[in-house]
Design a binder for this molecule. Structure first.
Ligand SMILES: NC(=O)c1ccc[n+]([C@@H]2O[C@H](COP(=O)([O-])OP(=O)(O)OC[C@H]3O[C@@H](n4cnc5c(N)ncnc54)[C@H](O)[C@@H]3O)[C@@H](O)[C@H]2O)c1
Ligand SMILES: [Zn+2]
Length: 702
């Protein structure tokens, strides 16, 4: 089919600045042609790929504006060169990207023509009684009712057949399960409103995925997910029905509304078409877009009576009795001044562009989301690039279309940070959104460390997903907040959406368990309290040394830099850092103290004549002890973690060490032949079994 000249006009072109293209372009003029057949072929391939992604996935390979512009250029090239297109980009539903399915449609499900402003004005002049409705941006479905009961729902697909989605849309808001009597069909848009979009994106975030690019992509992605993880988050609005094919469109819509359906026109019913100035009504409808709470990408003009519908008839991919006007995305050119990173409170790396401030659609945009590393690299946007800033119906501004012709000569491709820019540790790249898990970088990492069995309070059951949920809800900002949680806060904690779209809470049973663990944790030894603060240079080893040196938190806080520096292995530099961080953590420590967390106690002075510490040399110096392998053989040691054993050694006056060297005094080892055993043998170091070691501690005889 060759296109009418009108159809070749670009639709939805952006307005303003260098990116402006006119909505009134003469057919084929200003759209340009491709320089070579190869370029034309590549453009067709790209457009088909984008259409496929658009119809079948939640991936947006290009924005609608880019897609429409590309399509217009392809059409213009074909017209200028007399090419009979071999592709079906122009005249198939879904631009050739749609796939059919199991359900055959009674009549073809079509698209809408978006012929541009002039044609819309002409349509309105010819059909002054036409009605105007919002064009909702989601996915079309057809729903069949038999005896007033919903029996089948299917996607538009290729227009002739579509995928069966019955079970996935049952219970959707605006789409009743039982309605009226008899057999009929309702067609309408399945869409995602802002409130549900936030919920759906929370489900995505929990799975480490980037939020949906926009609500329309969201519907596609959610519908493709067959496991129902987003069930209940859709909405439906009807725009046509077979309930009475002789009736006026408006009467039919009113009847559906009476039966419990939401209709497109009922979402914005106040706009009346003034045939003399249809663009005024379209603009009035468009003015409400920002505050609607759902995506509306255009306005639809439809004739009202059945007679007019029959008279105007159908085109191959769209009816002739309706036209749509697609609102142009508002975008403005600006320059990326810098690309900035931020590590969020749960450790996620977010990337944004700092822009030369520019006014877009009434407000100044200074920053734009660059999504994730993959997105930025694929788009090849660089510092210094002139880009187009837009809001795409979403609140967070975005940029796209880097202008190669305006790129500075010394421009370099953007490189993602090799390691976390804050702590220099490698990122966790297992999901689209990179994360840094270190305690230094994220509250998440700090809490995970603070509750860990090895280093911190050993709070069983408080895993990272619960930790993250507490952080998201701002219930926990630092470790001390854990000790102020209430059982109700825990049991009501929102753990994200369930497979049926409801919210999942942590529940009473889990809450009670965790509360008991938190209570128990208050008695953890001082070294663990110190470590749980996630200060630099106070890992497990130094935590133990500081605790045994200063005995109480009070003494540790009162210590001068040089007193801290005297602790083995610390030295002046680290001492200064620890000193500073102790000051910074004063409020946290105060809160821990007030919650009843153990702050240590001075060790009783040995009575005269009493034996010295158990793990000490006759000189009084601590024995350096290395424990390797399992200590399970010794019942008194079996329940201890690695750190527990080390703590025990130091509580008995010894010094725990991880590796065997000349200075080692004792190796506790159950496996003869291990590398540490061999080394100890070579160095003539005393070796005892865990059982013997347990006995030594009991007897107080080293
Ligand atoms: N970004 C991309 O890569 C890409 C790729 C392919 C297509 N697209 C976009 O998709 C458009 C074509 O897709 P399409 O045919 O699915 O949709 P469309 O936007 O051209 O409009 C037709 C659809 O509008 C819907 N609709 C909403 N409200 C309605 C109402 N009140 N009355 C009647 N219909 C209503 C119906 O589902 C109908 O099928 C292109 O113009 C392009 O912008 C984008
Ligand atoms: Zn980091």
């Amino acid at each position: 089919m060759s296109l009418s000249p009108q159809n070749r006009q670009p639709v939805g072109v952006p307005v303003g600045g260098q990116f402006a293209a006119t909505n009134h372009a003469e057919p084929g003029i200003g759209l340009g042609t491709f320089a070579s057949t190869e370029e034309y072929d590549a453009a067709v391939t790209n457009a088909l790929s984008a259409a496929r992604a658009y119809e079948r996935t939640d991936i947006e390979e290009m924005t609608d504006t880019d897609f429409d512009r590309l399509l217009a250029k392809i059409a213009s090239h074909e017209a200028a060169n007399g090419i009979q297109p071999a592709h079906d980009l122009h005249d198939s539903v879904g631009h050739g990207g749609a796939a059919g399915g199991d359900v055959e449609h009674a009549t073809m499900m079509k698209s809408l023509d978006k012929p541009g402003e002039d044609a819309v004005i002409e349509f309105a002049a010819k059909h002054p009684k036409a009605v105007i409705e919002p064009k909702i941006d989601g996915l079309a479905i057809s729903v069949k009712y038999e005896d007033g009961r919903m029996v089948r729902a299917a996607r538009r697909g290729d227009g002739y057949t579509g995928e069966d989605v019955t079970d996935r849309v049952r219970g959707v808001d605006g789409l009743p399960e039982m309605a009226g009597e008899g057999d009929y069909e309702v067609r309408g848009e399945l869409y995602l409103n802002d409130e549900n979009k936030a919920k759906a994106n929370a489900v995505r975030a929990a799975a480490g995925k980037e939020p949906f690019a926009n609500a329309r992509n969201g519907v596609a992605g959610m519908l493709n997910k067959q496991d129902g993880s987003y069930k209940g988050l859709f909405s439906f609005a009807a725009y046509s029905t077979t309930i009475d094919e002789k009736a006026d469109h408006l009467d039919n819509m009113e009847q559906l509304e009476g039966m419990g359906f939401t209709t497109a026109r009922s979402l914005l019913p106040q706009s009346v078409l003034d045939a003399a100035d249809p663009m005024a009504a379209i603009a009035a409808l468009g003015a409400e877009r920002k505050d609607l709470g759902f995506l509306m990408d255009g306005a639809v003009l439809k004739v009202n009576t059945a007679a007019e519908r029959a008279e105007l008839g159908e085109g191959s991919r769209a009816p002739k009795w309706a036209v749509a006007y697609k609102y142009p995305a508002v975008e403005e050119p600006t320059v990326i001044e810098d690309i900035e990173f931020n590590i969020g409170k749960t450790g996620r790396l977010s990337i944004r562009a700092r822009l030369t401030p520019v006014e877009v659609d009434g407000s100044v945009v200074e920053y734009a989301s660059l999504h994730n590393v993959g997105h930025l690299q694929a788009a090849d946007m660089r510092i210094g690039d002139t880009v187009s800033a837009f809001r795409a119906n979403d609140v967070i501004p975005q940029v796209h279309l880097p202008r190669a012709d305006l790129r500075p000569e010394d421009s370099q491709p953007w490189q993602p940070p090799a390691v976390c820019p804050q702590c220099s540790e490698p990122f966790d790249k297992s999901t689209e959104l990179w994360r840094c898990h270190t305690p230094e970088c994220s509250v998440s990492g700090r809490i995970a460390y603070a509750v860990s069995r090895d280093a911190g309070f050993d709070i069983e059951g408080l895993g990272s997903s619960i930790g993250d949920a507490l952080i998201e809800k701002d219930l926990v900002k630092d470790v001390s907040d854990l000790f102020y949680l209430t059982e109700d806060q825990l049991s009501d904690l929102d753990m994200g959406a369930t497979s049926t779209g409801g919210t999942r809470t942590l529940g009473q049973k889990n809450a009670t368990k965790i509360m008991a663990e938190i209570e128990k944790a208050k008695a953890q030894p001082l070294n663990r309290v110190i470590t749980s603060l996630s200060m630099r240079f106070t890992g497990r080893t130094f935590g133990r040394r500081l605790a045994s040196q200063f005995e109480t938190m009070e003494a540790l806080q009162a210590a001068t830099v040089s007193q801290l520096a005297n602790v083995e292995g610390i030295g002046e530099k680290k001492a200064a850092v620890i000193h500073e961080q102790l000051k910074k953590n004063e409020p946290v420590i105060a809160k821990l103290r007030a919650a009843g967390v153990n702050m240590g106690a001075p060790k009783p002075k040995p009575e005269a004549g009493a034996k010295g510490p158990k793990l000490a040399k006759p000189s009084g110096e601590p024995l350096s002890v290395v424990v390797t392998g399992s200590v399970k053989g010794a019942p008194t040691l079996a329940s201890l973690s690695r750190s527990g054993v080390q703590e025990l050694i130091e509580a008995n006056g010894g010094k725990a060490s991880g590796s065997v060297s000349k200075t080692t005094d004792l190796l506790v080892c159950s496996e003869d032949g291990s590398s540490k055993w061999v080394k100890a043998k070579e160095l003539g170091i005393r070796i005892v079994t865990p059982e013997e070691f347990a006995q030594m501690l009991e007897d107080g005889e080293a």
